[in-house]
Design a protein around this ligand. Structure first.
Ligand code: ATR
Length: 273
């Protein structure tokens, strides 16, 4: 029977998830479809009802719903309950089960490059749903500590509390103080949506070197200002599309219970730029 999938969020027209999953369906001759569905902030409940009505088989969740979506789940995988945010849902005849594939998706490109997180000093920009999955990953890999910067300070405080609960030493920093201490960090991550609309990087990267890992989770445009500035310093760059691919292949495997065609998915993604 034909299966249907979606990604929900706002904005959604930039999303490359429909391309990636559709490429996998084509590669494996699956009778499935995947669409982007815009649900504005504050309209999640009605949006979910709509998805249930059309008997959607599963969906991904992106900005700004990853945390709020937790309220509408009937069941939760451990990945989702630990992180407190959901990016993948399975709909089994109206019963919604949540998973979080962001943590493993985030770690995969670091592992591929043999970058050790253990004992490293991490700077994280952002404190939303994706940032929570990243903190869980950084804690799991036993970094020395993490400094968190966020526009809304209260959310940064919550996230640092979460980090400490996972055994990771964490501090909240002011964005203004970052440029003067930037050389203290081994890994710098942007988990805000800054860059999606071509906004300039909130940090200057003066003082970083070719050993610093700079990881932007924004994947469109591929070369954000954040990435461009880090490239000028010859930093080790990890692109947002790599995390996107990591979380997408895992979501695919949860829904279809077969191995994801990684190369076909990657090819479609890179063709999208
Ligand atoms: P996701 O689920 O993808 O993490 P989210 O939970 O909505 O999405 O989180 C978005 C992150 O980007 C938050 O850290 C948000 O900051 P606030 O907590 O202050 O809202 C950050 N963000 C979004 N737009 C921003 C902007 N224009 N300037 C600074 N930070 C921004």
């Amino acid at each position: 029977m034909a299966k249907s999938f979606a990604v929900i969020g706002d904005p959604i027209d930039h999303s490359l998830s429909p391309n990636i999953h559709s490429a996998a369906f084509r590669e494996l001759n699956l009778d499935s479809s995947y669409i982007g569905y815009r649900i504005p902030k504050g309209e999640l409940e009605g949006g979910i009802e709509g998805l249930k009505k059309i008997k959607i088989n599963g969906f991904n969740i992106t900005i700004p719903h990853k945390i709020e979506m937790m309220k509408y789940l009937d069941k939760m995988d451990e990945s989702c309950s630990i992180i407190g945010a959901v990016n993948t849902v399975v709909n089994n005849e109206g019963v919604l089960k949540g998973y979080n594939t962001d943590m493993d998706g985030f770690l995969e490109p670091l592992k591929k490059r043999n970058i050790t997180i253990q004992n490293s000093k991490v700077l994280l920009l952002g404190a939303g749903g994706a940032a929570r999955a990243i903190v869980a990953g950084i804690a799991k890999e036993k970094a020395a500590n993490i400094d968190i910067v966020n526009r809304t300070i209260e959310k940064a405080n919550n996230l640092s509390e979460f980090a400490r609960k996972l055994g990771l030493s964490a501090k909240v920093k002011k964005i203004e103080s970052i440029d003067t201490t930037i050389e203290d960090y081994d890994i710098i991550i942007n988990a805000t949506s800054i860059g999606l609309k071509d906004e300039p990087s909130p940090i200057s990267f003066e003082g970083i070197n070719e050993k610093t890992v700079v990881y932007d989770i924004v994947y469109t445009p591929m070369n954000t200002d954040f990435i461009k500035k880090a490239k000028l310093k010859n930093a080790i760059i990890i692109y947002g599309y790599e995390m996107l691919l990591g979380q997408a292949t895992r979501a695919f495997e949860i829904w279809h219970e077969i191995k994801a065609p990684y190369n076909a998915m990657k090819k479609s993604l890179l063709g999208g730029f």
